[in-house]
Design a protein around this ligand. Sequence first.
Ligand SMILES: Nc1ncnc2c1ncn2[C@@H]1O[C@H](COP(=O)(O)OP(=O)(O)O)[C@@H](O)[C@H]1O
Ligand SMILES: [Mg+2]
Length: 302
Amino acid sequence: MSRIDNASPGGRFLGKILTHAPTNRRQHLSHMSTPEPPREASGQRLRESGLVGKGFTSDVYAWGEGRVLKVFHAWVPAATVKREFRLARAVYAAGIPTPAVFDLVEIKGRLGIVFERVDGPSMLTYTQARPWTLFRVVRQLAELQAQIHGCPAPLEIPTQRDWIAHGIAAAPDSSTAEKEAALRCLAGLPDGTALCHGDFHPENVILSARGPVVIDWTSATRGDPLGDVACTSRLIQNAGLPPWTPRYMHILLQCSRTFLHRAYLQRSLELHAGTRQQIAAWQAPLAVAAKSWRVPGTPNPS
Ligand SMILES: Nc1ncnc2c1ncn2[C@@H]1O[C@H](COP(=O)(O)OP(=O)(O)O)[C@@H](O)[C@H]1O
Ligand SMILES: [Mg+2]
């Protein structure tokens, strides 16, 4: 069995997520909610080491023994990087399978976070090599997300309501009337205490030999699981693949998006108490808030 097959997104690995007990070190880290000012890091080390991954907001490089450095693009506000540092530490401390978080650094004027290195393909890379697994993977994405929702969110994580309200207030290209309507909709939606990732998609799950590891917690909140399902539902319906993904994947997604979304929603509804209508109710406020979460240079969310 090859390394990647061994790390295949099967129930065996998904089953592990809740057995990940927090260590004392994790509990200790949870109290360190204010990041230190970033340390200056050497540019030389970054040049010498290899690129291990790319996201919309960052490039991720090997960084010494067993670590990576996530270097954020210059347009990413410092507050967003510090927010990710703080949230990633809180989530790690809560015992969620996510990389350990070591340091906030500055490298040639750009901010970076040093994480534990996790070897394995992302769920997206995995399906790229095995397109026939796409539907299985999307159902497993729903299962993994439901398992995360089963974990109470650490108290220092902001509420979903505040996060979405802040997104609505900051949304460019939205009239005051649109924003007010979105806020009224949001006011009618429930609160919750579940850990919600907020940007849960196949590129943010690494299939490691120890099971799925969830990364990229910048948008993490404490809230209603159905609101988080609505976020992923929105991504599956609208988001584009990263431009460096092979062309056949773009075509495959175009052809299968509706069916993938149906499969994701169906599995999510089997795993959560709630209805399709309750999930859909989040879409109006999310549509406005998402305008302020958009990565520059990517198409406007519909
Ligand atoms: N801790 C890690 N270990 C190994 N690879 C990583 C790690 N964190 C990120 N990566 C790689 O870098 C990519 C981008 O990381 P991510 O945190 O999602 O960045 P972005 O916020 O820009 O989307 C991931 O899809 C993965 O391939
Ligand atoms: Mg990402």
